[in-house]
Ligand binder design. Structure first.
Ligand SMILES: NC(=O)c1ccc[n+]([C@@H]2O[C@H](COP(=O)([O-])OP(=O)(O)OC[C@H]3O[C@@H](n4cnc5c(N)ncnc54)[C@H](O)[C@@H]3O)[C@@H](O)[C@H]2O)c1
Length: 252
């Protein structure tokens, strides 16, 4: 269809059944992408695949724990066999742990780092041979406003998201002349299952919303277009950048 910005591009999304993942996958489907949706949540993955097929897009759904090397290898084999190429990797899988430095348990630290930080690296490491081969590729990693500024809590999460920010920049430099762009997205407070409990309890009185100049949480469909911009050729000269989508939270 004319005007589709991802026409025919093969896109792999992790954490695809989450709030941001679903909005991104559905937008990308409408923009003509061929999708590989992955998540640890297998039931929701099948449901999402059905909705994407109903939008007329080609889709395969595969279970993937991003902290597992063998699972990454299996998914990349699947992509290679089915499509023979990969144009876009969207790393969206993530978990949060709220305690500060002293109250964070070692287990929680290890799990958050394994999923958010190591999972992002493993995804790039597994996918880069196919991405490089496509000649025109984009990696979009998900950091956070909590990868830019300190909040006084969520020690492991902040450490992981800060790492994702700089991992993205060094990969951008390393692969700039190999046809692979790498950028990070930094959402602010976005109403998704990850923080739904907090929003249900506190509503717009939630302190980060009160610090957000727009005084509201963002919606997933307000963040997905940032991923679309970085995935499509409109951003052909954009690499190593941080796209902040936070209603102004980090503007002052
Ligand atoms: N919602 C926000 O306010 C906000 C703000 C900044 C950054 N983010 C980041 O955006 C990304 C998406 O979060 P969301 O808000 O959609 O949350 P979400 O909880 O709705 O989605 C996260 C998804 O990741 C999946 N997941 C968890 N562990 C996984 C693993 N080991 N392997 C594969 N998938 C796994 C979950 O099943 C879920 O579908 C995350 O990286 C999150 O840290 C969210």
């Amino acid at each position: 269809m004319a005007g589709q910005r991802l026409n025919g591009k093969v896109v792999l999304i992790t954490g695809a059944t989450g709030g941001l993942g679903t909005a991104t996958a559905e937008l990308f489907a409408r923009e003509g992408a061929r999708l590989v949706i992955t998540d640890v949540a297998e039931g929701p993955l099948r449901d999402l695949a059905g909705r994407i097929e109903a939008l007329g897009a080609e889709v395969i759904a595969a279970p993937l724990d991003v902290s597992s090397v063998p699972q990454w290898d299996d998914v990349i084999d699947l992509v290679r066999n089915r499509f023979g190429t990969l144009n876009v990797l969207v790393n969206l899988a993530g978990i949060v742990d709220w305690p500060g430095v002293e109250d964070t348990s070692e287990d929680a630290w290890d799990r958050v780092i394994a999923v958010n930080q190591k999972g992002t690296w493993l995804g790039m490491k597994a996918a880069l041979p196919l991405l490089r081969g496509s000649g025109n590729a984009s990696v979009i990693n998900t950091s956070s406003v909590l990868g830019l500024v300190g909040s006084g809590s969520a020690a492991a999460y902040q450490a992981s998201k800060g790492a994702v920010r700089l991992l993205s920049k060094t990969a951008a430099v390393e692969y700039a002349r190999q046809g692979v762009r790498v950028n990070s997205v930094h959402p602010g407070v976005i109403a998704t299952p990850m923080i739904q409990e907090i929003l249900d309890e506190q509503g717009d009185q939630q302190p980060d919303i009160q610090r957000t100049p727009m005084r509201r949480a963002g919606r997933a469909d307000e963040v997905a277009p940032a991923y679309l911009f970085l995935a499509c050729d409109d951003s052909s000269f954009v690499t190593g950048s941080e796209l902040v989508v936070d209603g102004g939270l980090t503007a002052y």
